[in-house]
Design a binder for this molecule. Sequence first.
Ligand code: ZN
Length: 139
Amino acid sequence: MNVDSIQNGFVIDHIRAGYGMRLYELLGLDDRDVSIAIIKNVQSKKLGKKDIIKIDADIPVDLDVIGYVDPDATINIIKDGKLVEKRVIGMPEKLVNVIKCKNPRCITSTEQELDHIFKLTDKNNKVYRCAYCETKASK
Ligand code: ZN
């Protein structure tokens, strides 16, 4: 894969250094049979160092997951070799089935069919809490 010549896909850019792999995991990219490149510790004027993920395939990508891991990350959408859209993700208000509640007494640990829902309760400190038991999410 030539990482510079994506035809149809995405470049997730400006990921804080060290968060690329976590994002890769949470996006479920490991299970995808497509060309993906993770570039770590790229020099960046803005961030010092950053991670970049390039996905050379037009697959659905959950923007909420990206916003959760790093709200300052940007996504570049590439179609037919051209950049068609570039945007900053921002912090999602709600996360559905992105992370799981760690509280063993939470209803989501016994009721398997329930969605795992977390809500942004403190924007300044990026705190998400379980919608059922209010346990704080840990990254
Ligand atoms: Zn919970």
